[in-house]
Structures are given as structure tokens and as C-alpha cells.
Design a binder for this molecule. Sequence first.
Ligand code: UD1
Ligand code: UDP
Length: 374
Amino acid sequence: MLVFGTRPEAIKMAPLIHALKAEPDNFELKVCVTSQHREMLDQVLKIFNIKPDIDLNLMKKDQNLLNLTSLILDEMGKVLKEYKPEMVLVHGDTTTTLATSIAAFYLSIPVGHIEAGLRTYNLNAPFPEEFNRQITGKITKLHFTPTVLGQKNLLTEGIKKSSIIVTGNTVIDAVHWILKRIDSDEHRQKNINDFLNIILLFDWKNENFVLVTAHRRENFGNGFIEICSALKQLALKYPKIHFVYPVHPNPNVIKIVYETLQEINNIHLIKPLEYEPFVYLLKKSYIVLTDSGGIQEEAPSLSKPVLVMRDTTERPEAVEAGTVEIVGTNHQQIINGISRLLEDNKHYQTMSRAHNPYGDGLACKRIIDVLRTI
Ligand code: UD1
Ligand code: UDP
């Protein structure tokens, strides 16, 4: 049984679902969604044409970690007792990941962890994701880690080498899948272009724009005040540069972002995009400014410089390669980071080299090769 609940988990599990379903003689797959996210999860299910076998439909507006965790634990317990899967596959570090792993552990069902081994070793950053993935790692039987660094982290924690498989990140499988589909279908391209022409009120195909996303819990409050202040000052400083910002629907995000930024001409606040137009826009963007995990993995493979609005990252591979820079959430540091990329062409060229430490698009194949043997 494969279990997930949020947008990024869905994107990264989607290619694995298709790969498992392609082998019905080897795998009997059940897909269970907690629906920790609702609209953003549904967007991904639609794009990848996935119909879950079980949908717990748990999202509540402005949910908190306590009620969400206990709800998932309880409901997943019931599902696991009913279906009795031979193995549960979870992904990454969300509340769905943590609570599903605990439920499986209590019922003695083995857990396979996709995107295992990412660490900052700071339980407060990202919060609560670092805790979630460390606890999941304690329970996991098979650790599918994207990189050699992930493997090293797990080995340092005393995990047996034989239970760790370095696979690459399935997000690269997902990006390849989406880009191939867009590139091979002119009608689809036209639809995406028409849609973006309607929601973006500037010449986004020819003018430079910065693609912005932000949602991390540890940035709520002061972090978002700083981020919004930086965006406002940058938009005034560079009136010819556009800022395209699909705003996460979390009330802690949406309120301050719209209150602070909605009147500024070259800032374009839009709803979360479906994965297809988002990847299309990512490809067209000039710079990426984000606190997202997944975008740190996708953007370098598309040769985009990424500035990360966090104090630390569990994905240091692209930082070491020079395509990702940590700028934190101090408004001046964000302004300095963007200004340097806009004004120093040599620096821009250095950061916009294609770099792909997160995979070759064959992560799902490597995962399935192992699952077939158990
Ligand atoms: C969650 C994950 C985070 C991941 C992020 C991806 C945890 C603790 N956090 O954070 O690791 O990076 O998803 O986006 O698991 N909402 C909607 N519609 C949606 C989705 C969210 O309205 O489709 C709103 C709801 O009010 C919801 C709130 O956002 O209560 C928070 O959602 P939640 O999943 O708890 O937290 P995220 O910040 O999305
Ligand atoms: N994404 C998307 N539409 C958007 C913004 C992001 O499809 O409007 C995708 C993005 O390409 C990446 C994933 O969502 O694959 C990242 O999700 P998010 O930043 O919410 O979560 P994180 O990766 O930080 O856990």
C-alpha cells in the first residue's frame, strides 16, 4: 500500500504508482490518500490520472499538527487493519508520513521510506519535517534514499547498509514525465499557454520574471513579514522585473501575502498552479526564490538559479555545486541575493548551469527492482 497526503508527496509518488501498476503480476497495489491537502492534492491526482483506492478526506481549514497527527494515526490504523498490506510505502517528511509510519509500526507492518535520509540535524528547521523523517527512519525496513549523502546520513545513524538503496529522487522521474508529455503534444502546449496568458497580465514569454514560492511553518510570522518586505522593495527597485508568486493556501501564508503585496503592479499573486503549467513556468523563469524542498531539486536540473529562503537545507548537493544559494529570511539578504543575480551577469551565468545531483529519471525503476525481490 502506498500512502500520501500532500502535493509534493503526490508529485513524487505519481511515477512510482504508474510503474507499480504496470506490473500487475508482481504487485497488487492499493493507493491510500489521507488528503492532508485537498485542492492541491486533487490537482496532482488529476494531472497524473491517479484514482486512489482509499481517500480519507482529512484536511480541515487551518489544521494543526496535533489534531492532524492524531486523526491520521487513528484513520490509517483502521485502513491498515482492514487491508493488511504486506508493506506500506510512505514518502518524505510530512505529518502523513509520520503518522502512517507509526500506525504501520504499531500493527507490525513493514515500512518502505521513499526519499529517506535527508537531514539537517536541526529539529527546528525544517519544523516539524526533520523530526518526522528521523522518526520514520527509525521505523523503516527499506530506506530508498535519493543520494549518496542520504546513504551516508543513514549509515552514521547505525542503519544497516543492506537496507539502504540509493535511487535518485523520483521528482526527477516526474519532471521528465511531464516535460515529455508537454513537448510531444502541441495541443497541450497551446492549452498551457492560453491558460498562463489569462492569469499572467504581462508578457511572460519575453520578459524576465522571478518565480516565488513560500510556505514553511518556521517562516510563519516574522519570516513572512521579512519575505514580503523583501519582495515589495525588490519590485519597486526593479520595475521591469516581474515576480510571479503562486500563493500557498495556508491561512498563515495567504493573509499576509495578499495584504502586503497585492497592490504592486509587477507582483503577480496567483493560486497554486497545476504541476504541468508550474513546470512550464519554471522552465521559462529567470530566477527562482523559494523555501520549498521539491523546487530545490527540480530547478537546478532546468538550469535555474535558486535562492532559498531558509537558514539551512537538507539538500546541500546543489548548494555545493553552486546552483542553489541559501539566503535566509532576512529581507536585506533576500534583496542582496536577487540584486546580485540581476546585476552581475557573470554570477548569473555561474549559478544557472544545469546541475542534476538528484537523479537521472530512473529512481522508480531502482525502487521497483528492489521491491520485486522481497
Ligand atoms: C505540508 C507539510 C510540509 C510540506 C507542505 C507542502 C507537514 C507538517 N507539512 O505543509 O512538509 O512541505 O505540506 O505544501 O506535513 N490548505 C488548503 N488546501 C490545500 C492544502 C492546504 O486550503 O490543498 C490549507 C488548509 O487551511 C490547511 C493548511 O493549508 O489546514 C495547512 O496544510 P498542512 O498540510 O497542515 O500544512 P502545509 O503548510 O501545507
Ligand atoms: N508546485 C506546483 N504548483 C505550484 C507550486 C509548486 O505544482 O504552484 C510543485 C513544485 O514543482 C514541486 C512541489 O510542488 O514539485 C513542491 O511543493 P511544496 O513547495 O508545496 O512542498 P515541499 O517540496 O517544500 O515539501
